[in-house]
Design a protein. Structure first.
Lengths: 431, 235
């Protein structure tokens, strides 16, 4: 893609806050820009900054700039980060704008206006002609010096466009990701990515220029949340994606938002991108693994409590009360099969994988056809998701971890096998 | 005698013929207006139906729940068909009234003027009905999904109350707009709405006092209440 003209620069940079523009004027280029996203993370962010710099400073030839994008912390986070960084490294403290529209968007890091922070960092990296831009959450407790190397090496040494994280997970951690987001993305675009949202990822300067900055940021990103959006974008744009196995992700704060909102935003992002990238996914027939670096780890044992009965109760209530809505969004065949699911005996309750995949594809089609107000449509998926998750837990909780991995792999293959179901109906609805 | 009779007959005949000659063009005008009304109405109906279909109004009405609301009211046709038919009959009625006005009968004098004077109120009322039904369906649907996802047992009841509350408010506004029994409508609405609010206040304040307290406690002390919540990250 061509470099933007000075005039185009002026248009896109009008978004940048004045202090950032002032910093950019006459700034020296940087090979790597590290973006640290923070909001009241005084207890963790300084350590994250130190760790990342320690990881990158092993190679003295790189010019590194650490940019702390803060959403207006009240606990002196930027000051503490600056103290931690010291005078040896280049450091900018930036307060990114928090738009009203992005306030409702969930963020795993709890940083408001996360989309504008990422956009600011992308523009800074672009203006400083950086080779790589690394974006890391300031609330992480598990960062390791190796992270910086794992996330930037594929870009600097192998010419990758984007490095996505792959964290160690427990067996039932991230079930929405493992039962819907990741397998749907794999079936659609043919790339097997773990689809972790947030934490840490990196982009090449070329990818930022050609794909990231040219996107309609104001229109869709605030609606869906930046992390899922960039993840889907990288895969859908057929970028050269790498995955970095970073080990565990331990965060200080828990994800925000209730389950229905999480589903609406995360699944809505995937469905929205399906409409934009129809020309890409329609012709994809099979999936391939993406290049992955770092030490491999299996699913860990689940720690914590799971209330399967509560999940089944949620599904049962959906079955009782959401029938008029499911009747609209599901195909008659799927709807009938969902109605026939017995929920009288909790232990023997099973939600077949095939039916789950069919329901997800039906919802994607209903979303495409706008059969219902989209947010309602997406939120009506919640009881179905609870039902399938409960079934997965019931079927595998007495089994070893490998059984869960096999079950999830079978599900991913089911998504791929049933893709013609989606493609055919999608085409019919377009005719 | 026979001359007088003949003259009277002729006079009456002449008068009749004179009146007939004067009335016939008016009758012809009425017939023409009716015919024109049918023709113009049909043309407008066809054009409007095509325009509405091209604008995917039927799909939108289905998505917004308007079609379902029409279905519940016994209307089985798509919205584009209904609107086109209403347009046809409106045009036809207007032309017919013009024809009746052309007859120049004392009983029908200023009929068209009155009709046209009332038309803005009718149009405004129709728009109010449309917006009211759409809003009622949207809010009812949103409430149903939110309460089901929150696993509130009375989800359907709450959603129905929201829906009918909006419909009731719409009905009162429409009747007021049309000027039909304004005082009675306002009084009836105030009594019904006030009654519902009072009933809810009594139900929550007395009957479900403990439940209300539990709900509020759960909401405000959410962070501490982890007993019934899963400790799993969904993303």
């Amino acid at each position: 893609m061509d470099q933007p003209t000075p005039n185009e620069h002026a248009v896109t940079e009008s978004f940048l806050p004045e202090p950032v523009r002032a910093l950019l004027d006459g700034a020296e280029p940087a090979d790597i820009v590290i973006g640290l996203l923070t909001f009241n993370d005084a207890s963790t962010a300084p350590a994250v900054a130190r760790t990342l710099l320690a990881g990158l400073n092993r190679n003295d030839q790189q010019r590194i700039l650490l940019v702390n994008c803060d959403a207006g912390s009240q606990d002196r986070t930027p000051d503490l980060v600056q103290q931690a960084v010291g005078d040896k490294s280049r450091f900018w403290a930036v307060q990114h704008p928090v738009m009203g529209t992005s306030l409702h968007v969930l963020s795993e890091s709890g940083v408001p206006g996360r989309d504008t922070a990422v956009r600011t960092l992308a523009m800074v990296a672009d203006r400083l002609a950086s080779k790589a831009c690394l974006i890391v959450d300031g609330n992480l407790k598990s960062t390791h010096p190796r992270w910086a190397e794992l996330l930037t090496a594929p870009i600097l040494e192998k010419g990758a466009d984007c490095v996505l994280p792959q964290f160690n997970r427990n067996r039932y951690e991230g079930t929405l990701t493992s039962t819907l987001l990741a397998p749907v993305t794999r079936a659609l675009y043919g790339r097997r990515v773990a689809y972790h949202q947030g934490g840490a990822y990196a982009f090449s300067g070329a990818f930022i220029r050609s794909s990231l900055l040219s996107q309609p940021w104001d229109g869709e990103v605030p609606t869906y949340g930046i992390d899922g959006w960039v993840m889907t974008l990288a895969v859908a744009e057929q970028a050269d994606v790498y995955q970095a196995r970073l080990g565990p992700r331990v965060q200080q704060a828990k994800p925000l938002g209730d389950l229905a909102t999480i589903i609406a935003q995360a699944v809505g992002c995937v469905f929205h991108m399906m409409e934009r990238y129809q020309h890409v996914w329609e012709s994809v027939k099979a999936s391939t693994a993406v290049s992955t670096i770092g030490e491999q780890a299996r699913l860990g044992d689940f720690v914590g409590t799971l209330h399967v009965e509560r999940m089944i109760h949620g599904f049962r209530q959906g079955l009782r009360d959401l029938v008029p809505i499911w009747q609209i969004v599901l195909s008659p065949e799927t709807f009938q099969q969902v109605l026939e699911l017995g929920v009288d005996d909790t232990e023997s309750f099973r939600f077949p994988s095939r039916l789950w995949v069919q329901a997800v594809y039906d919802l994607a089609l209903a979303y495409h056809d706008r059969l219902l107000y989209r947010e309602h449509l997406l939120k009506s998926l919640t009881p179905l998701y609870l039902g399938y998750t409960a079934s997965l837990v019931l079927a595998t909780r007495a089994q070893p971890v490998t059984q869960v991995e096999e079950e999830l792999e079978r599900l991913a293959i089911e998504y791929e096998a049933m893709k013609p179901y989606l493609t055919q109906r999608w085409r019919w609805s377009d005719e | 005698m026979s001359d007088l009779w003949g003259e009277a007959m002729m006079e009456a005949f002449r008068d009749m013929m004179k009146r007939l000659v004067l009335f016939l063009p008016k009758l012809l005008a009425l017939a023409s207006f009716i015919l024109l009304g049918v023709l113009v109405g049909l043309i407008i109906k066809v054009i409007l139906q095509r325009l509405l279909r091209a604008a995917r109004v039927d799909v939108l009405s289905e998505r917004w729940g308007l079609q379902a609301a029409l279905g519940r009211a016994g209307v089985k046709h798509p919205l584009s068909h209904v609107v086109a038919r209403v347009a046809f009959w409106t045009v036809f009625v207007v032309f017919t009234f013009m024809g009746v006005d052309a007859l120049d009968l004392p009983a029908t004098a200023s009929l068209l003027g009155n009709l046209l004077g009332y038309l803005p109120s009718v149009v405004a009322a129709c728009l109010l009905i449309l917006v009211g039904v759409l809003l009622a369906n949207f809010l009812g649907e949103a409430t149903l999904i939110a309460t089901v996802n929150a696993q509130i047992q009375e989800a359907r009841l709450i959603a129905t109350l929201v829906r009918w509350g909006v419909l009731l408010f719409t009905a009162a506004t429409v009747l007021t707009q049309l000027g039909i029994a304004k005082e009675i409508v306002i009084a009836a609405f105030s009594i019904i709405f006030g009654g519902v609010v009072l009933a809810l206040a009594i139900a929550v304040g007395l009957g479900a006092r403990n439940l209300a307290r539990d709900i509020m406690e759960r909401r405000w002390r959410k962070a501490k209440d982890t007993k019934n919540h899963d400790e799993m990250a969904h993303l």
